[in-house]
Design a binder for this molecule. Structure first.
Ligand code: GTP
Length: 597
């Protein structure tokens, strides 16, 4: 094959605009998969992905498309839709020459349509706008066309109409890919330079890295070097990506392929790194490599303290598989031994927790998530604080900085008021307001990351009945009045419930948390005082009055087996309780903070 017959492209879209469904149609139409192999959304091959209906990891697949007697190679790189994974999107885009910009005909342009479009433009991609789901009753084709023309300044005839459901327009999309997306450039004679845009973990074969070759050729048996990590490996197997792996002797300039080197640790394979040859290395790494930084931190503890070693093993395995998970051991008086973990965002945190439970059969307690702060001590020392327990004593503290983000919200004009209220409440500052079309407005805020970590997105959705989309990018760190708030039960601090919070919020937060705990803690045989405190100052308090509890009381009469059952049940329940001083705390109390109104 000649390079001029290769097309590398991706599909970018707001979440749920039909990317995976359209990809399925392209695969079907090019006979890449037979109808027997066809199942809904073949690219989402993780169980969890199917269930959540979202693409977590990017994947790539090669199709052969015959047009006018010529066979073309199409490499489709699938990208995740959620903001937590935007670094992976940007690397996947860097591996392409073009992008299908998919817009749902019933939804129009949304926040991630725009942020992904900007990423694509930054990477000099040729954009093919496609209005999808035109089969639906609510399709607003003329209006969405206007939006797209306004946004990218293209003529109307450049916009394709398609339906991933009925297959309408799929042939036009395939032809547009040939005609409009340029073939890759590159020098086959130059030293190897390949960009890693994704990797997956396979329990039999180790890490499989996906790359796009910019220059040179990668051959089976080559001694390769990863430029940013400096590590060298032998290429045990290289090939292209069909529905499965398709081993080849070599993968040439402009093409997309995989490499297996026997690496077992996901940390050694970094998305954005450059592969070259050990003997004849390229001069420079491909630009744009970044270490992925966790944004949200929380503790993960085993429900049963004796399962700590098992949990450690599982976390290790999960990390082999997901290099963006970071963790280190931490101890909590309340929860025993566990791990402080860093996540890309709340969705990533949920996914990790679910994978631990489903794939590894671990029952875990996750503590209050927080962002990462900078604390400057009076002696000038700068500390990174990922855990409330690491916050220096106020007497030694000069100032604290917290991370800020730029938030972009696209909505209908009638919701501007309530969105403003929400964002100002979350310490946001309105930076810009602009009408994309008369019925679609874009609001830009600068806000503390901590304020969107919790329930921001859900609130935004319910405030606007779903007519708002949201995206954010990290900005900088700014000085802020952050306090450490502790929860005390009968005078004993529950370290797992401590939180770092803006001082203006502390009282309200403390009051709500005390109330919630009052609901969640069972009555005991003595009174329990629940207090929220900043340092020595109590800022909120609730009491749970004493009760004499006899679970067997209601089994009057002699049914001894029933009585025993109840007692056993109570014992089982106890295992899930944690003792704080003299107070027994059920597991769900540690999650109280996530359930605050
Ligand atoms: P993420 O992977 O989460 O970003 O979503 P996606 O963009 O891949 O969307 P997906 O393909 O999962 O489609 C979202 C929903 O829209 C699914 O319920 C699809 O069945 C439906 N859908 C997709 N394309 C069409 C279409 O052309 N017509 C109709 N009627 N429904 C569609």
């Amino acid at each position: 094959f000649y390079m001029k017959h290769i097309r590398n492209f991706c599909i970018i879209a707001h979440i749920d605009h039909g990317k995976s469904t359209l990809a399925d149609r392209l695969l079907e139409h090019t006979h890449t998969i037979t109808s027997r192999e066809m199942q809904a959304q073949v690219l989402d091959d993780m169980d969890l992905e199917r269930e959540k209906g979202i693409t977590i990891k990017s994947h790539a697949i090669q199709m052969n498309y015959v047009y006018d007697g010529t066979t073309y190679i199409f490499n489709l790189i699938d990208t995740p839709g959620h903001v937590d994974f935007s670094y992976e999107v940007s690397r996947a885009l860097a591996a392409c020459e073009g992008a299908l910009l998919l817009v749902d005909a019933t939804q129009g342009i949304q926040a991630q349509t725009i942020s992904n479009l900007y990423l694509a433009i930054d990477n000099d991609l040729e954009i093919i706008p496609v209005i999808n789901k035109v089969d639906m009753d609510g399709a607003m084709i003329a209006e969405v066309k206007d939006q797209i023309m306004d946004l990218i300044g293209c003529p109307e005839e450049d916009i394709l109409l398609a339906s991933g459901k009925t297959g309408l327009g799929v042939e036009e999309v395939l032809q547009a890919i040939i005609r409009r997306i340029p073939p890759p450039k590159g020098d086959p004679e130059a030293p190897l330079q390949a960009l890693i845009f994704d990797s997956v973990f396979n329990s039999f074969r180790g890490i499989i890295a996906y790359y796009r070759v910019y220059n040179g050729v990668i051959r089976k048996g080559d001694q390769v070097k990863f430029v940013n990590t400096g590590m060298e490996y032998e290429a045990d197997e290289v090939g292209t990506l069909k529905l499965g792996l398709n081993p080849k002797e070599q993968v040439g300039t402009g093409n997309v392929g995989y490499i297996i080197t026997g690496i077992k640790n996901a940390k050694e394979v970094k998305v954005g790194d450059t592969i070259t040859l050990a003997k004849r290395p390229c001069e420079k790494a491909i630009k744009g490599f970044e270490e992925v930084k966790p944004m949200v931190f929380a503790g993960i503890f085993p429900v049963n303290t004796e399962d700590f070693e098992e949990l450690r093993e599982c976390m290790g395995k999960l990390q082999l598989n997901d290099a963006s998970l970071v963790f280190e051991p931490e101890t909590s008086q309340a929860l025993g031994f566990g791990f402080r973990c860093g996540f890309l965002g709340m969705l990533h945190m949920e996914i990790i927790q679910e994978r631990l439970e489903r794939e590894f059969n671990q029952s875990v307690i996750t503590t209050v998530p927080n962002v990462s702060y900078f604390a400057y001590a009076t002696n000038g020392q700068k500390l990174t604080v990922n855990n409330p327990s690491e916050m220096p004593d106020p007497s030694r503290l000069a100032r604290i900085e917290e991370p800020f983000i730029r938030a972009q919200i696209i909505t209908l004009p009638e919701y501007i008021g309530s969105i403003m209220t929400l964002c100002l409440n979350k310490r946001g500052m309105l930076k810009n307001q602009s009408y994309l079309t008369p019925t679609r407005v874009e609001l830009t805020f600068e806000m503390p990351l901590a304020e969107i970590v919790f329930d921001f997105y859900d609130r935004l959705k319910s405030l606007t009945r779903g007519y708002a989309s949201f995206d954010y990018t990290p900005l900088d760190y700014r000085e802020s009045d952050i306090a450490k708030m502790d929860i005390l039960l009968n005078g004993d601090t529950v370290d797992a419930l401590s939180a770092l919070i803006h001082r203006s919020r502390a009282q309200d937060f403390g009051r709500k948390l005390c109330l919630k705990l009052k609901e969640l803690l069972p009555r005991q045989q003595f009174q329990i005082a629940i207090q929220a405190a900043i340092g020595a100052k109590i800022i909120a308090r609730e009491n749970i009055s004493a009760m004499r509890k006899d679970v067997t009381a209601k089994c009057y009469g002699g049914d001894i087996s029933r009585k025993r059952k109840l007692l056993e049940k109570q014992k089982e329940g106890k295992k899930r309780m944690r003792q704080i001083g003299n107070v027994e705390v059920p597991q769900e109390a540690f999650l109280a903070v996530l359930k605050l109104e």
